[in-house]
Design a protein around this ligand. Sequence first.
Ligand SMILES: Cc1cc2nc3c(=O)[nH]c(=O)nc-3n(C[C@H](O)[C@H](O)[C@H](O)COP(=O)(O)OP(=O)(O)OC[C@H]3O[C@@H](n4cnc5c(N)ncnc54)[C@H](O)[C@@H]3O)c2cc1C
Length: 308
Amino acid sequence: MRIVDPSFEIQSELDKQPIAIRLEECGRICYKSEDKISEESAVPFVTKIAAHGHNSVLEMAVATYEVSCHPDHVLEFHACQPKFFVTDRTESGLLVTGSIRSFREMYTQYADNAVVADLVADLAGKYPFLFEGIYNADEATAKSDDIKVQKLSLVQVEDLPFELLARHRFVGVKFIVNRAVTHELVRHRPCSFLQESQRYCRYSNDKFGNEVTFVRPVFYEEGSKEFQIWKTAMEETEKLYLKLLETSTPQAARTVLPNSCKTEIITYCNLAEWKHIFSLRTSPAAEPSMREIMIPLEKEMKERYPVL
Ligand SMILES: Cc1cc2nc3c(=O)[nH]c(=O)nc-3n(C[C@H](O)[C@H](O)[C@H](O)COP(=O)(O)OP(=O)(O)OC[C@H]3O[C@@H](n4cnc5c(N)ncnc54)[C@H](O)[C@@H]3O)c2cc1C
């Protein structure tokens, strides 16, 4: 067995990569198949994932649009109840941010809405592989003359005024934490998540070192009696898990894995939600393993994004 310390990585550099690369890098965390990434693998990976309905991968990249239009179009757009979009009214119309998944699903339901149709026509024009089977330019509603949509670059999003920046700049963080922390993280509903799957990962395989990895517990000092009890429990658990794998699947054998099991998880949300997460998860009332990771993350995020 291996014992690791918890850690995090802010994925700002990944935001500068093409969208397919971003989605592939995030999506492969579930299967821990990052070794399969090549120069040509991103688009086929994303297309296959979309066809299989593993939709949360498509939540791992957002697009921000400035929409110039008549106020009636703004009302019509809001009548579609865009729950999974961040929208703000501007002098000329709307500022809209949504994940690839939210654009796809909005179009599936409201293709006849003029704003939705124009937004998706633009996005699908730029990234046709993301809208395969969903958008067909030949059958789509003709573009409206009185609506103008413009996709903002990352630099333009980062130039938005204070309050808009907090709502429209989405930032991903990849955590290596224990399974109790991931359980708490996924309670934050406005976020999107992808996590290492104990159904698909077989820790007896060579790429996992033929062993289970556990996160060092914040509660027990190394060398203490309690730490030794914890370590013995992990060793015994690992033996049982590996034994079960001889005759059963990872999804069956994982039923004996404990909260201390190491898990990789990506949490993706806007800066406003990160602010909310920090307020709850760094407070003295929060769980110590959560504070252990959130306090240094908050410090680093504030240095990168002073708006926080
Ligand atoms: C110290 C601590 C102890 C906890 N103990 C427990 C526990 O014992 N058991 C347990 O089950 N959970 C527990 N939780 C989890 C907690 O109840 C929340 O589910 C979790 O912290 C997510 O935060 P949130 O609900 O504020 O906001 P998020 O899910 O992060 O959402 C952000 C904001 O969106 C809004 N929002 C999102 N969804 C809704 C909605 N459906 N309705 C209305 N507004 C919404 C709210 O304004 C919310 O503040 C605990 C959390 C903490 C920090």
